[in-house]
Design a protein around this ligand. Sequence first.
Ligand SMILES: Cc1ncc(C[n+]2csc(CCOP(=O)(O)OP(=O)(O)O)c2C)c(N)n1
Ligand code: SF4
Ligand SMILES: [Mg+2]
Length: 292
Amino acid sequence: MECIDYQDVDIFHSGHVACAGCVEALSLRVILNIVGQDAVAVVPPSCTAVICGIYPNSALSIPAFHTSLESAAATASGVKRALLAKGKPDTTVLCLAGDGGTYDIGLQSLSSAAERNEDILYICFDNEGYMNTGGQKSSSTPEGAATGSTPLGKTTRKKNLVDIMAAHRVPYITTTSPGHILDMKAKVKKALQIKGTKIIIVLIPCLAGWGVADDAGIKAARMAVDSGIFPLYEVEDGERYTVNQLARTQSVKPYLALQKRYRHISEEQVEQLQIHTDKAWQQLLLRADQQQ
Ligand SMILES: Cc1ncc(C[n+]2csc(CCOP(=O)(O)OP(=O)(O)O)c2C)c(N)n1
Ligand code: SF4
Ligand SMILES: [Mg+2]
């Protein structure tokens, strides 16, 4: 088994206010350790904003700029340009946003920043809902999942943000998961070597919002990948697709059964979800094959 050469450089401190067991805190720690001290975080309202906290009680030892939900990528663009003007071209500017702030409310500013190919690292902590405000649906919420605003289950499918951003031809967009820390580390390292707009979508099983046990966040993240519901892949320059997992090793059923947000769904809906997942997986393999 590969060893995780994990060095904690203490950018994300204990005493933060994430729910106990939340894998977003773990992911944040890993990402910040790879990014390093020479960085500025831009944080729109989200669980991340709550977890990071506000000055002088911030859990981060890098500057954190709390911005509006609509404008994270625009704020990051401005911070990066200000740093360039001040002669600090090497400082990493990263957005730490949720899916509501990315797929929905901040999409316009992300699209504009991507079109300008701003030199920012945009991290989306995708917990598939507006979780810090009580668990409403976002356009990242998958079909069938119950949320505070879709109590009978969402009737439409999860928006494909990777495809949307690939259409902007950004140099790098990828998915990763706290169940695959080595994958996460490698992708953050890779993104730091690339100039332009980099986007990393991290799947965050929300303990409260998804109804998973406090110690099952990693398990849920792994099952999402293993079932192919959340495949690990990269798109470079909008056209080169690489799948970062060898295969799917299980059906979607055990993944759904782990979460209370799916407890109301019928066998037919489970089958429908399996069909949609199979189709999306085949499309992904086809795109990746076409690059060979
Ligand atoms: C324009 C605007 N609408 C609504 C809100 C209220 N609000 C604050 S955080 C949030 C949810 C954000 O969801 P997401 O980005 O997914 O982050 P999460 O809480 O899930 O981490 C909402 C709706 C706001 N701050 N600004
Ligand atoms: S609400 Fe969900 S994503 Fe937010 S801190 Fe708690 S477990 Fe983590
Ligand atoms: Mg969210």
